[in-house]
Design a protein around this ligand. Structure first.
Ligand SMILES: [Zn+2]
Length: 87
């Protein structure tokens, strides 16, 4: 049996549990939110699975704000969606 090295995290939209490597991690960068692609960002992180419905739900609600305990502008959420869907 393989040893799983990456932790299990919960998607903030569907609440399903995934290997951290299968999720997008969002973290605060000052007052902005960024996609933490190398998973090494400091501090609080929010995780969303790669289901586009979950991404949309996370960005169109206050789930991300609550997970990060921050107030995130609609504009930066839009940029996050664009960034992920284009990558
Ligand atoms: Zn999800």
């Amino acid at each position: 049996m393989a040893i799983r090295k990456s932790p299990i995290r919960t998607c903030i939209s569907c609440r399903a549990r995934y290997d951290q490597m299968d999720l997008y991690r969002f973290s605060l960068d000052g007052t902005n939110v960024k996609v933490d692609q190398d998973m090494r960002g400091n501090g609080r992180g929010a995780y969303v699975c790669s289901n586009s419905k979950c991404l949309t739900l996370a960005m169109n609600s206050d789930r991300l704000d609550r997970a990060l305990k921050a107030s995130i502008s609609g504009e930066s959420k839009k940029q996050l969606i664009t960034f992920i869907l284009d990558s």
